[in-house]
Design a protein around this ligand. Structure first.
Ligand SMILES: [Zn+2]
Length: 217
């Protein structure tokens, strides 16, 4: 199978998983992956749902911005996807979705805390990126500088959604899932802590038992 068909099938499977998990409804959000065979990416076009991706409707866009002829419109998110790939060579795939628990935090202007050992290990920190200075959706000018820190693998966009990046589509998708799970856990923690009058709840400092043991040594 060619590199392009292999990446198309991976993107279709990842998009379907994201849709089936209800992390993205209708035609919002976007996902993309770098091609190995050329200096270009594969990306979902505008107006196509995560459950509607097919080998026929995915677009190829070169890193210099040239879009291969297609009957579809390029995604509004294309600029920030290209910006992220240009910023970090280790970013090979991006999943951007509008998952509701995380976007709720993002709309409240509250950074999602990484509370669990898994979110600490896999993500560490989830920066909250404000809207563009004109009040519209975040662009590469707001997003790329945050990801110029090689330790950042995920972020939340104010009033908008989430971004997970990784070496493969599935690794970026896993982050999209952990972000949403983390927001859900954080909400429940905050509500239960308020109801039970609990303050100063202890948090893990490490994502793994190995990390904790190493610190004791
Ligand atoms: Zn979006």
């Amino acid at each position: 199978m060619s590199d392009i068909d292999e990446k198309k099938d991976a993107l279709i499977a990842t998009a379907r998983r994201c849709f089936d998990l209800r992390l993205q409804t209708n035609a919002g959000g976007n996902l993309s992956v770098r091609l190995e065979s050329q200096d270009a990416i594969l990306i979902k076009p505008s107006g196509v749902g995560f459950n509607e991706c097919s080998r026929d409707n995915l677009q190829i866009v070169h890193m210099d911005g040239r879009i291969e002829p297609s009957p579809h419109k390029p995604s509004k998110d294309l600029g920030f996807h290209l910006g992220l790939y240009r910023t970090r060579k280790d970013i090979r795939a991006i999943v951007h979705c509008h998952s509701p628990w995380a976007t709720g935090y993002a709309s409240a202007g509250v950074e999602i805390p990484c509370l669990t050992v898994q979110s600490i290990e896999k993500i560490g920190r989830l920066p909250l990126i404000p809207l563009s200075p004109k009040g519209g959706p975040q662009t590469e000018h707001e997003i790329s500088p945050v990801f110029s820190d090689p330790g950042i693998v995920a972020a939340v966009l104010a009033n908008h959604g989430t971004i997970g990046v990784g070496p493969s589509l599935m690794s970026a998708q896993y982050l999209a899932e952990i972000i949403e799970e983390t927001a859900h856990v954080a909400y429940l923690r905050d509500v239960l802590a308020a109801v039970h009058g609990k303050h100063g709840i202890g948090l893990p400092r490490f994502g793994t038992a190995e990390g904790a043991n190493a610190d004791m040594a």
